[in-house]
Design a protein around this ligand. Structure first.
Ligand SMILES: [Zn+2]
Length: 269
């Protein structure tokens, strides 16, 4: 194990609080879906036909339901182990919901970009989230299995206004932030409690997609809390600013691989 990894584990052990930010580099890349022959056929069949674009996220959901892929599974297990017994909070930009399949406490997680757990009206006409209509999912699945033709599929719509029903993710016409606001409040309150504490900050693959959510606020935390220490892991954007250089380290690596190679001397993995 290299020095940085060993040092990171020790620093987390020593910290009073641990803040982890999971960025877009950590997002599942739909590898299994893109390599799937049936999916490739479907892509050809749909082409640019906007009437059927909606089935793609349902197919993504199908892949996610199959369970975490090994590479991510290992990384999340390591993260869980790193944070075990600590006073932590995890903020993630990923929409794959993998974070919720760990043993980490949901009370200590926030995913402001949403995910596949709930759906919403594209225009958010009620400010309410809804469950995914299982029948829509099942019919996409049947189409995937070639049991029914594409023309039989019907896009689910909002019961109230008839607009498209979409997965609750940043990028829909009017994003229903109701899904994460309560956890966001817990997060900001938790952050206030880190002032002047020994805080270890772990930034895992947060680039410039939404720098206002993880990168910049984390730098600000470092700037004000002299007892904080930052690990910034990113394949390209791992550099840290001069003003915090003495209390941070940049690691040029893919964050999923980085976590995956952590090992803990006292426990077998
Ligand atoms: Zn609506």
């Amino acid at each position: 194990m290299d020095v940085k990894v060993q040092e990171l584990i020790e620093r987390i052990e020593d910290a009073e609080l641990v803040l982890a930010g999971i960025g877009e580099e950590f997002q599942y890349d739909w590898n299994a879906l893109l390599k799937d022959t049936r999916y490739q056929e479907i892509e050809c069949e749909i082409g640019d036909d906007e009437r059927y674009i909606w089935i793609v996220p349902f197919l993504q959901k199908m892949i996610l339901r199959r369970g975490r892929e090994e590479r991510w599974d290992r990384a999340y297990q390591r993260l869980e182990k790193l944070l075990a017994g600590k006073n932590y909070f995890v903020i993630s930009l990923c929409i794959d919901d993998y974070l919720y399949d760990t043993g980490l406490s949901e009370e200590r997680l926030v995913t402001p970009c949403g995910g596949f757990k709930k759906m919403q009206c594209d225009k958010n006409c009620t400010g309410e989230l809804t469950e995914m209509p299982e029948e829509s999912y099942q019919s996409v699945l049947r189409y995937y299995k070639k049991e029914i033709p594409l023309a039989d599929l019907e896009e689910p719509v909002c019961r109230r206004c008839g607009e498209k029903l979409r997965f609750n993710q940043l990028g829909v016409q009017r994003y229903a932030e109701e899904s994460y606001l309560r956890q966001w409040q817990s997060y900001t309150k938790w952050l206030q409690g880190t002032v002047n504490k020994r805080l270890c900050v772990l930034e895992l693959g947060a680039g410039m997609a939404y720098p206002g959510i993880i990168r910049f606020p984390f730098e600000k935390v470092l700037y004000y809390n002299r007892k904080a220490y930052l690990y910034r892991v990113h394949p390209q954007l791992y550099h840290v600013g001069e003003e915090i250089a003495d209390r941070s380290v940049g690691i040029a690596e893919n964050p999923v691989d980085f976590l995956g190679r952590l090992s803990f001397s006292d426990k077998d993995f």
